[in-house]
Design a protein around this ligand. Structure first.
Ligand code: SF4
Ligand code: SF4
Length: 379
């Protein structure tokens, strides 16, 4: 961590704790590159509820040129890393051009994909692009189960083949990039076969698995959140009205910590879990309802998301809380404008109900002193 980063981290913590709403320039920004996807995952609304028509209408998504302008500005602001999400990012024909532009600025770039489009040609260009990290979603090591959860026959085979091809080109070009990892959403359906994902990862030469936990965002949570914020902040994008039986069941929650511990012990490489089972002690009832124990979140102080239409929103859940649009206003002016400060002040006082459905929060929202302790003192 550089002196500037440390200084900004202290300012951020101060602002968060004193409810000021101001934030120093972000460390990272998420850019949603498109809304399209060929899969029909049970837990996703990207393809459901007339999503595309309602969110995009006649509007055009940001062009390559506009993306480059945004990236240029973020870089000049001191942003160090960009996370690209979708939809399926590789459906955008210019996606790797955007990645290459980021890399030419020295930015850390990561994305997540369902792997469906990764044929030999694309795999080669992914490796050449120099993208730092690529997560491939695999919800099971079993073809039928993965395809059932992801809603498209053949999606397992294509994702697995995609990983193999990337590994092949990494060897050919003698590079470790991208770091390919497997992203698995834990649900009642795949719970009993989670250790098989480790075996699959090993057979593919993948050295990291990230497990995250399924949550359900229903109308009630959305309504209560919109009431708490005082305006419509959550849109269709955030809904996930999957069949509740997909949530972990009573006895599975009892076993979760043990299963995760066994997986970590056996696999011999990095396994991360967005929801640390240690947090679940005494919180079983919450999990049964698909909620997470959460008490703080400083993500909107550290990051923001830019939608395919250029709207800047506080995070991936508050997709209808528009702080500004980069087509009309520079990002630097949006970052601390009245709307940005006002949502931060609200979130600093009280997290609304939707935050209990957000797995991001468990990954990296610890107070500065805790992060410092884990990084420098614990070892
Ligand atoms: S692959 Fe991702 S974007 Fe596509 S339907 Fe599944 S969860 Fe949604
Ligand atoms: S917990 Fe999640 S939804 Fe709530 S503010 Fe943080 S990132 Fe956004």
């Amino acid at each position: 961590m550089s002196i500037v980063q440390l200084f900004n981290a202290i300012k951020r913590e101060f602002s968060y704790n004193f409810g000021l709403g101001y934030a120093p320039p972000p460390e990272s920004v998420t850019i949603e590159v498109d809304y399209n996807c060929m899969l029909r995952c049970q837990m996703c609304q990207m393809w459901n509820r007339d999503f595309k028509t309602l969110r995009i209408g006649d509007n055009e998504i940001l062009s390559t040129h506009e993306m480059e302008g945004i990236i240029e500005e973020l870089h000049s602001l001191g942003v160090k890393s960009l996370y690209f999400c979708g939809g399926e990012p590789f459906l955008r024909k210019d996606f790797l051009d955007i990645v290459k532009y980021c890399k030419s600025k020295g930015l850390y770039c990561s994305t997540i994909s369902n792997g469906y489009l990764i044929n030999s040609e694309l795999a080669k260009h992914i490796v050449i692009s120099g993208i730092n990290s690529l997560g491939i979603s695999l919800d099971s090591a079993h073809r039928e189960l993965h395809d059932e959860i992801r809603g498209l026959k053949g999606s397992f085979d294509r994702a697995v083949e995609g990983i193999r091809l990337i590994k092949k080109y990494q060897r050919e070009y003698n590079t470790e990039l991208p770091e390919v990892f497997i992203n698995t959403t834990i649900s009642s359906r795949n719970f009993s076969t989670l250790p098989d994902v480790v075996e699959l990862a090993k057979s593919l030469g993948v050295r990291r698995i990230n497990f995250n936990y399924l949550s359900i965002v229903d109308d009630n949570t959305v309504e209560r959140t919109n009431r708490a914020i005082g305006e419509k902040t959550i849109g269709l994008h955030t809904f996930s009205d999957i069949d509740p039986t997909y949530l972990l069941q009573d006895e599975q929650i009892d076993q979760l910590a043990i299963v995760m511990r066994d997986i970590k012990e056996k696999c011999g490489f990095e396994v991360t879990c967005d929801l640390d089972p240690a947090l679940l002690n005494g919180n079983k009832d919450l999990l049964l309802e698909g909620k997470f124990p959460v008490s703080r979140c400083d993500i909107p102080w550290r990051s923001a998301m830019i939608t395919p239409l250029g709207d800047v929103v506080p995070c991936a859940m508050f997709t209808d809380y528009k702080m500004g649009n980069v087509r009309e206003t520079a990002f630097r002016k949006i970052w601390n404008n009245r709307r940005a400060r006002s949502i931060r002040m609200l979130l600093g006082k009280n997290l609304p109900p939707i935050c209990q459905k957000c797995c991001t929060v468990h990954r990296d929202t610890q107070p500065l002193w805790k992060r410092f302790y884990h990084r420098f003192l614990k070892q």
